[in-house]
Design a protein around this ligand. Sequence first.
Ligand code: ADP
Ligand code: MG
Length: 161
Amino acid sequence: MIKARVESSFATRALAEAVASILAKGDLILLVGDLGAGKTTFTQGLGKGLGIEDQITSPTFVLLRTYDADLPLHHVDVYRLEHLQEVIDLGLMEMLDDGGVAVVEWGDLATPVLPRDFLEIRLGFDDTAGDDVRIVSLNGVGSKWSQREEAIALAIEEWTQ
Ligand code: ADP
Ligand code: MG
């Protein structure tokens, strides 16, 4: 588990951009954290890092939005999900097999129907600090990610310790 600290939404985007630099096709990121924690903000930074110029917004009412790039980004938000079957129906597995990367907001709600290898990124408020501070915990789950934590730590060194 890697812990980072960011002090503004700018810093969260920059951190995410750095995470994007180590992504490869088929990667799945689960974003965890309360409303307003910065999951969509983080996704915007990921998009920038992947070379996506379109503005990334919350996909809350559509569940899934795909942004085209060399590594296409599939952005999912399962907050309003009623049945896990809806996630299965999205065909996310197939999209990952086709060479994209996926980021799922509230991903912890859908782990039973998602691949077992993923990078979990948890965004939390810091009650002892200002409103704009977030603690970001990154945890590689599954064999695919266990060897990659070092590369992630290196990429986001600026925000860790
Ligand atoms: P979520 O998708 O988790 O509900 P959003 O990214 O939509 O959260 O919203 C986060 C809100 O908090 C935005 O209004 C953003 O400007 C603000 N904010 C303040 N500081 C930060 C920070 N360090 N990282 C991310 N967002 C921040
Ligand atoms: Mg959001």
